[in-house]
Design a protein around this ligand. Structure first.
Ligand code: ZN
Length: 501
């Protein structure tokens, strides 16, 4: 058995190496590659991904997994080897269910629609993408149908990113959240809008860069095992446990852009850097789900980085870096500016309170599309109606409406948006539990120290990689299942102090 397990580990290690090599090529593509390299690079990445997929679906893996079945049953569920075999089996079974011919058709289609979308969005031309989006919907349905036995057609698509989650669990969770958020937002926006002009001055890039790095170094981001570069869209990528990189974008006329995206990506990176060293090279060595990953980016960006306690320590340092811009701006003005709530049309720039409504709108639309209740051609109109109902405003064009997010135009319809809101919910639940166990975390934040919180998260979440499912991990960390109550408490307490609620 030992020899078979070693052979499985060796094969999985090679798959991991191929995927990591593809990730390096992708990182380079979005940071430093001259545009002339685009076509060859797309091909090189596709070749590596195809080789990895061929290795994963090779009958040798299936045979090893079969041979290890009885050995697995003798191991305790918590054992690393049991986790390794379990996750390898899940990945193998998912991969072999989808025919290679479908995968090729799907990846060709996503490359095509993405190209068309990059031109259609600035041109405000939904008609140009509509037939391609119809095909995306069709392919999304076909993909789900390779996993029969689902309750709802979106469930298999959600399961890829947030294992165990499904429409029947998300629907009540999100509608309950919406029930709290809509009146809260109406009360807030009836009050005077916060003045955030202090953030829109000239802030030289080099100083913004240095300040952001200092903050995330204090969070615990290990720069010996990571680095930060610039890219058009910020992201985190992992080549190995010793090399977890982030990117950001800097706007010299908007201080909040780089600052909060740096903290956000650092949250993702802390999770990946915190995986236990002996899981390196195995399929267990990465974060478990989109929701838990977002819970970490949002915890560090919002619950820490937009908190008053955090700025008690860091604001004087920020003023020192930008004495002309912020020297005479009081802490309270700055704090209100970085927590300004307003109605908005664009998800990615939405504040903490309104953000989830953007997600809920998309999730409901995905359900309607997949169920066949909504036609792609009616999307722009339904989008405008929902924005009017939920956020009290509607876009005057599709560029700031249904064309704004890359997701539907580069992948599936269904399975991605829920992760953002799950992340927000979990971030508050985890933070509340951590502070309950270690009340000193709050004082430490005021001193620019994050060790106790970081260690708690490492112990409860990060170290395990994806050995446990998201819901197992939450129950183990918190002692209770997922709940929106802590998140509602957090929003009411924070925004109740900023606004009259
Ligand atoms: Zn994120």
């Amino acid at each position: 058995m030992e020899a078979k397990l070693q052979e499985l580990k060796r094969l999985l290690g090679e798959i991991n190496d191929l995927n990591a090599a593809a990730a390096v090529l992708h990182w380079d593509q979005t940071t430093y590659m001259p545009t002339g390299g685009a076509a060859a690079r797309a091909r090189q990445i596709a070749t590596l991904r195809r080789l990895a997929h061929e290795k994963l679906t090779h009958p040798a893996i299936g045979k090893l997994l079969d041979a290890l079945h009885s050995y697995e049953e003798c191991l305790s569920y918590d054992a690393d080897e049991a986790g390794l075999i379990r996750i390898a089996r899940r990945d193998y079974e998912r991969a072999v269910r989808v025919p290679a011919s479908f995968m090729e058709k799907f990846s060709n289609h996503t490359a095509t629609i993405y190209e068309i979308w990059t031109k259609a969005r600035p041109a405000n031309d939904f008609a140009a993408v509509q037939p391609y989006l119809e095909k995306t919907l069709d392919l999304s349905r076909q993909l789900a149908d390779f996993f029969p036995g689902y309750e709802h057609i979106i469930d298999p698509l959600i399961d890829f990113a947030d294992e165990g989650m499904k429409a029947s669990l998300l629907r009540p969770l999100l509608s309950e959240l919406r029930r709290h958020l809509v009146p809260m937002i109406q009360t807030i926006i009836a009050q005077p809008v916060a003045d955030d002009s202090c953030l829109q001055q000239q802030f030289p890039e080099a100083k913004q860069w240095a300040f952001g790095l200092e903050v995330i170094r204090r969070f615990g981001y290990d720069l010996e095992r990571g680095r930060q570069d610039k890219s058009h869209h910020p992201f985190t990528t992992k080549f190995s446990l010793g090399d977890v990189r982030i990117t950001t974008r800097v706007k010299e006329d908007d201080l909040s852009e780089a600052l909060f995206s740096t903290m956000h990506e650092a949250g993702h990176a802390l999770y990946e850097q915190g995986v236990r060293g002996d899981l390196e090279g195995t399929p267990l060595a990465h974060g478990v789900s989109s929701g838990l990953h977002e819970s970490q980016s949002r915890l560090w960006e919002n619950l820490i980085g937009r908190s008053r306690r955090f700025w008690l320590y860091f604001y004087p340092r920020l003023q020192e870096a930008f004495p002309h811009q912020l020297g005479s701006v009081p802490l309270d003005t700055f704090y209100r500016a970085v927590n300004k709530v307003k109605r908005s049309l664009i998800r990615t720039s939405a504040d903490e309170v309104t953000y989830n409504l953007h997600v809920i709108i998309r999730f409901d639309i995905e359900l309607a599309l997949l169920e066949g209740r909504l036609m792609v051609r009616d999307l722009p109109e339904v989008w405008r109606e929902r924005y009017q109902t939920d956020l009290g405003m509607m876009p005057s064009n599709d560029r700031d409406g249904v064309l704004q997010d890359v997701h539907w135009y580069s992948g599936l319809i269904g399975g991605e948006f829920q992760g953002y809101t799950l992340g927000n919910i979990m971030s508050a639940q985890l933070f509340e539990t951590a502070v309950g166990a270690h009340p000193e975390i709050l004082q430490e934040i005021e001193q620019g120290e994050f060790g106790t919180l970081h260690n708690w998260l490492k112990e409860k979440i990060y170290q395990h990689g994806c050995k446990f499912t998201p819901s197992e991990l939450i129950v183990r960390a918190i002692g209770a299942p997922l709940s929106i109550e802590p998140y509602i408490r957090y929003l009411k307490s924070k925004y109740g102090e900023l606004y009259r609620l």
